[in-house]
Write a protein that binds this ligand. Structure first.
Ligand code: KE4
Length: 429
């Protein structure tokens, strides 16, 4: 149960903001109760409106890999703000950031900054359509790529949470340009290409899905996707908005030496401020105005304060960070799995680096069909019991939880104890 101050704020919010929140998943609709309103955050801690402290496993849905209010990031933002908040003109920082990202992601030869991941994926798809002259795109069930009309088809994350994977308001004519296949299903993708190959402009994928819960790619799946795109002249797009700089400084592709035609980044790459990126092969990106005929623009694209936060964050993505995240990620995975077994609860724990999900279904979870079989009623109890123990877990079965540099082994050990208590309550329910 949330504190009285949060309950009061939620009631006020509901009068002037749909659902009382500026993004649906924050409303706690999937887990019940009233969301905790946050007053501030520091390191791995969130502080509620009443001052209560929580251990944060949302990390703002991924961006906060260094922890909240990192001194260097705050300093960079403060310094930048004192020089003005937005110019609407090019800056040196944007050049430095683009050079840094192209160095971290060799598949990205040129890039554009946007203000959200939605804009980045929307633009990437438009560029792919402009580059190929084709209209049809392919996405995978349960993947979420932001709320652009043509991507709200069998979408994950909040769309899946609220049972609107195919959103109202998306005209049939647009939705039908989007084909879908089960994640990890190469034969299904091959069948789509066999039938629609010359019409397919792009295939977009979360290389590790976070938006149906954490679901890794099957061995060879991503390689097969890229090969089919190459064979049929389609653009392969890695949506690394969540995995980029999360799984390694060079994202998932950097670990496995994969070379998609285009990549979208967001979240961490903006240091927690509104900055995302789309980019890829030079020949494709040279289609973007003012060089080429594909238009994309943005008043706040490459905003100097967001760029300052981005550069301060990217400068700290070193090997020691990812080693620490792997250590505490394994500790949490092993602890949660042991807690499931100790309480005799059917479930599975899936993790890639510092992205982790406890599914209330047998597992392994390899696609949306399996993820959506999870017992979301049990998840809701698990979430409520964790929150009562000051552990702030993502309020949806279809999301990943995130660790940060600020999480210590001791803090994770305490979370594991609390998870065991929460699962005991689930077993007793
Ligand atoms: P934004 O427009 O929310 O910045 O990015 C959209 C997006 C694109 N691609 C991937 C892989 C994403 O995970 C997202 C956004 N992620 C969700 C959480 N799963 C954002 C949280 C929310 O919608 O409030």
């Amino acid at each position: 149960m949330s504190d009285p101050r949060s309950v009061e704020l939620f009631a006020r919010a509901g009068a002037v903001i749909p659902g009382g929140v500026n993004s649906p998943v924050r409303a706690f609709r999937a887990v019940g109760g009233s969301p905790v309103f946050i007053s501030r955050a520091e390191g791995c801690w969130l502080y509620g409106a009443d001052g209560a402290r929580y251990t944060d496993y949302i990390g703002s849905w991924g961006p906060m890999i260094l922890g909240h209010a990192h001194p260097a990031v705050v300093h960079a933002i403060t310094e930048a703000a004192a020089r003005g908040t937005s110019y609407g003109a090019p800056t040196e920082g944007e050049v430095v950031l683009a050079e840094k990202i192209t160095a971290l992601f060799p598949s990205i030869e040129m890039l554009r900054c946007t203000s959200s991941g939605t804009e980045a994926t929307m633009a990437a798809i438009r560029v792919a359509r402009g580059y190929t002259g084709r209209a049809t795109i392919v996405k995978f069930e349960g993947c979420y790529h932001g709320h652009a009309d043509f991507l709200l088809v069998k979408a994950g994350s909040g769309a899946a949470t609220f049972g609107v994977p195919d959103s109202a308001g998306v005209p049939e004519g647009i939705a039908k340009t989007t084909l879908t296949a089960p994640f990890n299903d190469v034969p299904a993708l091959e069948a789509l290409f066999a039938k629609h190959g010359d019409d397919i402009a792009a295939v977009i994928v979360e290389p590790v899905v976070g938006n149906m819960g954490c679901v890794p790619p099957a061995p060879g799946f991503l390689e097969a996707m890229i090969a089919l795109c190459n064979k049929h002249g389609a653009v392969s797009i890695f949506d690394e908005v969540m995995t980029g700089c999360r799984l390694s400084a060079g994202g998932y592709q950097g670990i496995h030496g994969l070379n998609p035609h285009m990549t979208c980044l967001g979240k961490i790459v903006g240091g927690g401020l509104p900055l995302a990126v789309y980019g890829g092969q030079r020949a494709i990106m040279e289609k973007v105005a003012p060089l080429g005929p594909v238009y994309q623009a943005g008043t706040l694209s490459g905003n100097p304060i967001a760029v300052a936060a981005a550069l301060a964050t990217l400068a700290r993505l070193d090997d020691a960070l990812y080693t620490h995240l792997e250590t505490i990620g394994l500790q949490l995975e092993v602890g949660l799995r042991a807690a499931l077994e100790a309480n005799g609860i059917e479930g599975c724990v899936q993790r890639v680096g510092s992205m982790i999900t406890l599914f209330f279904t047998k597992g392994p979870v390899t696609n949306w069909g399996q993820a959506s079989a999870s017992n979301t009623g049990r998840f809701a109890i698990f979430h409520r019991e964790l929150l009562a123990r000051s552990e702030y877990w993502p309020p949806s079965q279809y999301e990943a939880a995130f660790l940060s540099a600020a999480h210590t082994s001791e803090i994770v050990a305490r979370t594991v104890v609390h998870a065991g208590e929460a699962l005991r309550a689930v077993a007793a329910s």
